[in-house]
Design a binder for this molecule. Structure first.
Ligand code: IPM
Ligand code: MG
Length: 368
């Protein structure tokens, strides 16, 4: 029997609750498909800061690198919120592990479960049949450029007050754009053959280079794929106006971060959006949502994005395409039967169909 080594990074907030459901589902899949999973837990984010002073302890990286895949839940919380850039923040753990593992491709599929049509704030006819994937560049751009705060700059304040200055740098190298463009075109070839490349080329130089490089890669290697340029502000509007036009959406790190939260809402809840972060080595799978500190410990968080992320792990890291589809099918069945966590219920959901985190995981396992 094949054994896969999985590094578990539960992180903060609802992290431990939802990752337990991901593991439960993986174990059920393992039993059904005759593979076994061996888990090693490690610290990341706020809990790692508390235990070691660092949001990404070296030990965590070692475990991750020695694994076949990493399953992560979420990091962050009010306890570690600070605007002091000299203090460690949980998010640095997440950005750090993405960088250290070279996870430059982030796939965030937005798929509609028909049963949830009523949970979206958009009209059913707008969202019916939406099937898109955001391909977010994950290790470059604004989130990784040089950052600095300058305190007490002479003359920078108003009314004689001492002023400050803050700088973030948005930088891309050509090869970084080339490789993410290829990922997007490859994805499009397995889907409906259309790529929207999102930029702000009417203002930013990084976007102008992005556009040139994406077009060059397209013309030389992927002329069979349809390529459409779209400005990021227009994309924000189009995503809620006419989301069906999108198949593959490729974009810079920060634009992808923002647009993926927006796109998640098409499905009714950020609690439904899974993600895979891929590079040239070990891959990492995590829900697109955060640690939801407001509902942590209450047993009510939606584990579906986490479970779908485990499904993406089966597909991308272990080639278990059928098992991954099985997870999606089981979730579809549970939702079709009317079961809901609080975030995806609507005014028509009967009270006895609203379940907590553990019950939702149990339901998915039983339908598997
Ligand atoms: C995400 C999150 C992270 C990001 C934060 C927590 C650093 O918002 O995965 O979308 O911006 O990438
Ligand atoms: Mg985000």
């Amino acid at each position: 029997m094949t054994t896969y080594k999985i590094c578990l990074l539960a992180g903060d907030g609802i992290g431990p609750e939802i990752i337990a459901e991901g593991v439960k589902v993986l174990d059920a899949v393992g039993a059904k498909y005759q593979v076994s999973f061996e888990y090693t837990e490690a610290l990341i984010g706020g809990c790692a800061i508390d235990a070691t002073g660092s949001p990404l302890p070296p030990q965590t990286l070692e475990v991750a690198k020695a694994s076949d895949a990493v399953l992560l839940a979420a990091v962050g919380g009010p306890k570690w919120d600070t605007t002091d850039s000299t203090k460690p923040r949980p998010e640095q753990g997440l950005l750090g592990i993405r960088k250290e593992l070279g996870l430059y491709t982030n796939l965030r599929p937005v798929q509609i479960f028909n049963a949830l049509a009523g949970a979206s704030t958009l009209k059913p006819e707008v969202i019916d049949g939406v099937d898109l994937v955001i391909v977010r560049e994950l290790t470059g751009g604004l989130y990784f450029g040089a950052r600095q705060r300058f305190y007490d700059e002479p003359g920078a304040g108003t009314n004689g007050a001492k002023g400050q200055r803050a700088v973030d740098t948005l930088e891309y190298r050509e090869y970084e754009v080339e490789r993410i463009a290829r990922q997007a075109f490859e994805a499009a070839r397995t889907r409906r053959g259309r790529v929207h490349s999102i930029d702000k080329a009417n203002v930013l130089d990084t976007s102008r280079m992005w556009r040139e490089v994406v077009h060059r890669v397209h013309d030389q290697e992927y002329a069979d794929v349809e390529l459409i340029d779209m400005l990021v502000d227009n994309t924000a509007m189009q995503l809620i106006n006419a989301p069906k036009q999108f198949d593959v959406v490729v974009t810079e790190n920060m634009f992808g971060d923002i647009l993926s939260d927006e796109a998640a809402q098409i499905t009714g809840s950020l609690g439904m959006l899974a993600s895979a972060s891929l590079g040239d080595g070990v891959s990492l799978y995590e829900p697109s949502h955060g640690s939801a500190p407001d509902i942590a410990g209450k047993g009510i968080a939606n584990p579906i994005a986490q479970i779908l992320s485990a499904g993406m792990m089966l597909q991308y890291s272990f080639g278990m395409t059928e098992a991954a589809a099985d997870i999606t099918r089981a979730i579809t069945q549970v939702l079709d039967e009317g079961w809901r966590t609080g975030d995806i219920k609507d005014s028509t959901t009967p009270a006895d169909k609203v379940v907590g985190t553990v019950q939702m995981g149990d339901l998915v396992v039983s339908r598997l």
